[in-house]
Design a protein around this ligand. Sequence first.
Ligand code: DGL
Length: 263
Amino acid sequence: MPVKPRIGLFDSGIGGLSVLSACLRQNAAAEYFYYGDNERAPYGSRPPHEIMAFTREAFETFDALGVDAAVIACNTATAVCVEEMRRAFSFPVAGVEPAVASAAKHGSNLLVIATPVTAQSARLRALIERFPDVAVTVYPAHGLAAAVEAHFLRGEALDLSRHLPAARGWDGVVLGCTHYALIRSEIAHFLGAPVYDGAEGTARHVFDLIKAGTGNHFQPREKPNNCLSSNCNQKTGQSVFFLGSGRKSNRKLFDLNICFNFI
Ligand code: DGL
């Protein structure tokens, strides 16, 4: 593994910061490029061809940067196009997977909450079929990812009763969207059950891919054109760069460095 592996993370917005945070816990010395497409978030009800085109734009930036690996830190984009990105780019690509496997170790009556696109996806169906002894209810949490963005970026109040089922009694709740991990304790409290997310597992997976050593090895450009903000701490060795389109809501996120509250 390179001493300072270069890793790209992509999400529709701020949700993937939960994955970046897990990556930083596992390797504080790596160099991270976080591409949050806040301007076009949420993705969760968009048609697949749009999600794929937006993901490809981010991946082209990662490719130009010569990343050693990239993470689709977005369940929706993973469900739609992780295989296409793996085929299209030469660096290893990790996706996020709802943590059904972890939750299934602790109970047999699970709720998976996800965006409408993820909830309907063949990928989620195939994952659930791997656990025939577990009863899994999938709930499309309409509008919840957008509400999480609005809460953190514009200070809007979060009313979970508008997005989540009223039913309780689940052995576990699986967070099928990285945005939900930013309000995990609120969700656990609202549904009265332990919650599981895939951030730690994804972070482990990306470093395994880098160790396997199939990285890009291009000569990278020093800094991408669309870098909005960065936090390089010489003492801790941390280097995180935030990328994106740089307009509207993005500006607030990056100018105010709200992004750093999550990592
Ligand atoms: N954070 C994303 C996910 O994991 C996307 C949410 C959205 O943009 O709708 O699905």
